[in-house]
Design a protein around this ligand. Structure first.
Ligand code: GRF
Length: 205
């Protein structure tokens, strides 16, 4: 599958996806001058910036984004540090084909500043969620989750660093599973299926 990665920050998840060998053909950032663009340039992956504009609403933005991805023959998408809600033109073009990584155990602490929300709430455990994107806010079917315990004296920085280590394993694994048709989705329920082994009779045994 040909993948696009939507970014807006440091790009450490983009780096993890590239390291895992995912076939990333296009990177799109909603912000200029972010680390993710440097990572794309270093890896030789085409990268473009699509800035939000006052005269272009979110749906028009996503119509343009979807047309860029269509022109690049993109099959599937990862949102990693992409701080925008995806709208109908994207969600309808790529149903069940967009993954998002979120630094909490959804449905707890959806939206922005999930790490700060968890710290302020006083939870003992938070974590990472990789989910399929639907039209809602961090609301699509959950593909993978892993818990991370809080430590005494945690700050947003220390907790984020431990969460990101988990993201860098969970997200590439989920993207490869989707790439290889190993995710079965029924309503909200996602099952990881084993790769099909060739039947013995097909192999002439
Ligand atoms: C990640 O922590 C992700 O969970 C959140 O934004 C951060 C992006 O980090 N949505 P990076 O740009 O991939 O380093």
């Amino acid at each position: 599958m040909k993948w696009a990665v939507l970014v807006g920050g440091r790009g450490s998840n983009l780096a993890a996806l590239l390291d895992a060998g995912l076939d990333v053909r296009l990177v799109v950032s909603h912000r200029a001058s972010v680390g993710a663009l440097d990572i794309a340039a270093h890896a030789g992956v085409p990268a473009r910036v699509l800035l939000p504009r006052a005269d272009r609403g979110p749906v028009a933005y996503d119509r343009e984004l979807a047309s860029w991805l269509g022109n690049a023959h993109i099959d599937a998408v990862v949102a990693a540090g992409y701080l925008r809600i995806l709208r109908a033109p994207m969600v309808e073009r790529y149903p069940g084909r967009i993954l998002n990584v979120h630094p909490s155990l959804l449905p707890a602490f959806a939206g922005l500043n999930a790490v700060e929300q968890a710290l302020a709430h006083g939870v003992k455990v938070t974590g990472v969620t990789v989910h399929l994107v639907d039209a809602g806010l961090d609301s699509g079917p959950i593909v993978a989750q892993q818990a991370v315990a809080l430590a005494p004296g945690d700050t947003p920085e220390t907790l984020s660093a431990r969460l990101q280590e988990v993201e860098h394993r969970l997200l590439p694994a989920a993207a490869w599973a989707l790439d290889q048709g190993r995710l079965q989705v029924e309503g909200r329920h996602v099952t990881w299926i084993q790769p099909k082994t060739q039947a013995r009779s097909d192999r002439g045994l």
